[in-house]
Design a binder for this molecule. Structure first.
Ligand code: DGY
Length: 320
């Protein structure tokens, strides 16, 4: 029996599978665990099942000890984990790809609609009981039909978002490091573009790339200056891909038309400049937040951790 530490609340299915085979210590409170409590809790762990809110770095790996075999993130993104530090110690890292693709693409599409059709702004008018009346020119937005959606990072979630946008009549452009499979290009009639070309020609730009040093502030002052003044930026990936203050400035000055954000540079803090802007739609990192998706994520994380503890190949290794 190994010692498994689960650093936050996870759906019961995944947790029960871990408990059935191992001695599990799980953080049971709704509030995220403090760093000090986390460092104490991981001591002696053979496996850690982590949430994206927990930083897994040298300090934590030291606190856990040399017996640690694996860190299984209950998320597809794993920028909270110092993967090279884990690799150096032979600690295997896993994530949960696949199961949150559709839920996250739903949220990306929702943000596209909310920002281009000014839905949050409209809802605020009603809630604040401000005077309003149907008018020929009242609260006009941008229609999606025939507009170009530029997908930055055409992986599973980018493709799923493109499928939804295509059904709304949008044309798809994309950037990607490796070539996209022919059948997907054909299905979506998707056009490969350089990042510069995509930024300059898209009506809506949706970010779906992983966060890494290479994508830190990928969208900054320079990119906003080259976007159409009528363009919208959507981010359901990771906050620090966008320079948040540069975004505030671009939204304020009319350099771009609007933004829809599910993620923030210093989560859970939100740049106060964004809060003042009607052309920013802001939601609290809800991409994978469905009951079914979260259950599937916990289940996959458990599968990964159990496989490693049993000496088998984990299905979703991000380390080699
Ligand atoms: C992920 O899994 O990376 C998502 O951001 C979680 O919502």
């Amino acid at each position: 029996m190994a010692r498994v530490v689960v650093t936050g609340k996870i759906p019961s299915g995944g947790l029960e599978r871990l408990k059935a085979e191992h001695e599990v210590t799980a953080w049971e409170k709704d509030d995220a665990i403090s760093r000090a409590e986390l460092l104490t809790m991981v001591a002696g762990a053979d496996a850690i099942v982590s949430l994206l809110t927990e930083k897994i770095d040298d300090e934590l790996l030291d606190a856990a000890g040399p017996q640690l075999k694996s860190v299984s993130n209950v998320a597809v993104g794993y920028n909270n984990i110092d993967v090279p530090a884990c690799e150096k110690r032979g600690v295997l890292v896993t994530n949960t790809p696949g199961v949150l693709t559709e839920a996250t693409a739903d949220i990306a599409m929702a943000l596209i609609l909310m920002s281009t059709r000014r839905l949050a702004e409209g809802e605020r008018v009603i809630r604040k009981q401000e005077p309003w009346q149907w008018g020929m020119f009242y609260m006009l937005g941008m229609g999606l039909q025939g507009r170009q959606l530029g997908i930055v990072g055409m992986g599973q979630i980018g493709i799923a978002t493109a499928r939804r946008a295509k059904a709304f009549g949008m044309n798809i452009a994309y950037t990607r490091r490796s070539p996209l499979e022919d059948n997907v290009v054909k299905e979506l009639d998707a056009k490969y573009m350089s990042m510069d070309e995509l930024i300059e020609s898209s009506d809506v730009i949706s970010l779906h790339c992983p966060y890494s040093p290479a994508t830190h502030h990928l969208i900054s002052e320079n990119q906003f200056a080259r976007m159409k003044k009528t363009a919208f930026l959507i981010n359901t990936a990771r906050g620090p891909i966008v320079h948040e203050q540069a975004l505030v400035d671009a939204l304020k000055s009319g350099e771009i038309a609007g933004a829809g954000l599910d993620v923030f540079e210093n989560e859970p803090a939100v740049n106060p400049g964004l809060l003042e802007l009607d052309n920013a739609v802001l939601i609290p990192h809800l991409g994978s937040a469905t009951v079914e998706t979260r259950a599937a994520m916990a289940d996959i994380a458990a599968t990964n951790a159990l496989a490693i503890l049993a000496g088998a190949q984990a299905p979703n290794l991000v380390t080699s």
